[in-house]
Design a protein around this ligand. Sequence first.
Ligand SMILES: Nc1ncnc2c1ncn2[C@@H]1O[C@H](COP(=O)(O)OP(=O)(O)O)[C@@H](O)[C@H]1O
Ligand SMILES: Nc1ccn([C@@H]2O[C@H](COP(=O)(O)OP(=O)(O)O)[C@@H](O)[C@H]2O)c(=O)n1
Length: 262
Amino acid sequence: MNYRITRTEVPNVLRFMAFFKTVIAKLVTEATSNRCNPFITFVLGGPGSGKGTQCVKIAETFRFAHLSAGDLLREEMSSNSENGTLIHDIIKEGKIVPSEITINLLRKAIHSSGNHKFLIDGFPRNEENRIAFERIVGVEPDIVLFFDCPEEEMVKRVLNRNQGRVDDNIDTMKKRLEVFKKLNLPVIDYYSAKGKVCKINAVGTVNEVFEKVRPVLAALRYWFLDTSMISIIETIFLVAIHCYQLMLQINYFFSKRLPFPW
Ligand SMILES: Nc1ncnc2c1ncn2[C@@H]1O[C@H](COP(=O)(O)OP(=O)(O)O)[C@@H](O)[C@H]1O
Ligand SMILES: Nc1ccn([C@@H]2O[C@H](COP(=O)(O)OP(=O)(O)O)[C@@H](O)[C@H]2O)c(=O)n1
């Protein structure tokens, strides 16, 4: 195709380009403002389903910050803080710690991480956790990974965990499984209805399970173009349009000796 812009068309082309630039600027503003929010992934599943193990691999591969609600609570418990005894007693009973305590720990960890992509492991555990997080932190998760694992497998994994946890014994495990079914499954159902849940079959070796997780996160890569990358692409695009406009204007000026149609 060898179409040349005629002299009379030049002002219209320039007007169209000015409009095109405005549209690009708007799209870029929209895209960058979306990306100013952190990217939140809730990681759910029963006790021992392998959430923590998979989070470590996801964090390494896709550069997420991994925040485990359980680990934060255990750190708080052993730091002799005022809530230490309360947290210890609740964890030993397999119950859920009040949301305010867990969310405060998560909020601090989010702010000090320096990352903008988060795996929030083992949270929200019940409706109260979910509602309080959305109210206090003010964001919803972008996706929810749900590690689906049969009970007997979860029991086997927890009893072999060997990390000296006060709750890794058969009595507490039975209570945790009840709490999971009664309180955590409704949260998973809530996010399923919103189309946010990605259910992963957690049976298989650690690597086999990770191979089921990998494509889910790989598909989200476009989200993770950071703002500086978007600005660079925008600049290249706008510079190209400006150069083309200038070329047209110079051409127009020299061919017809008319005033510049700025
Ligand atoms: N796919 C797997 N197959 C066998 N054992 C696993 C698997 N994933 C994790 N484990 C082991 O099971 C135990 C519980 O895993 P963990 O990641 O701590 O679960 P969760 O965070 O869901 O409680 C750990 O000892 C871990 O090494
Ligand atoms: N959001 C949360 C997460 C954990 N917890 C407590 O911490 C315990 C351990 O949670 P965890 O996520 O480390 O371990 P798993 O139960 O998934 O193996 C839970 O059984 C709860 O007692 C909580 O109260 N609220």
